[in-house]
Design a protein around this ligand. Sequence first.
Ligand code: SF4
Length: 156
Amino acid sequence: MRARSWRVRHWSVRHAALLARVYDAFEAMLVAAAPLLARVGYIRLEHPFAFVERQVKGALFDCRMCGDCVLSSTGMSCPMNCPKGLRNGPCGGVRPDGACEVDPQMPCVWVKAYEGSRRMREPKRIEAPLPPVDQRLKGSSAWLRAARRRAGGEAA
Ligand code: SF4
């Protein structure tokens, strides 16, 4: 089961550029639909959006629904899968073969992040320090928040 989820994760990293383009198109659609979304109500939409996001990103990235998504900066490798929860690059314990220090069966998520970032339109984005994860957002929809922010609405 774990090996299967890593295979999918690694597929996502290999196809980081494609997934970034798909996400950009999806976000543009949400931004265009902002007046409608606002009429329905972002609070009312939160639960269904979070549900769908959990299914889709869970399957593709082993998403942990931190609510503070940084995949576009990490080559489509979710840093929340790091056993040490590191959001700004690997610890000093990466093994010579690129495996995780804690779980030698698992490739380091940051080695994968670097590989994925080379395929992204802005490969240097991975070099910018990320703020600590905002724990208040855990479980919420990062999609809805990002689209709302881009549409100029308030986003918690
Ligand atoms: S960074 Fe957060 S929202 Fe993005 S895939 Fe990882 S756990 Fe999910």
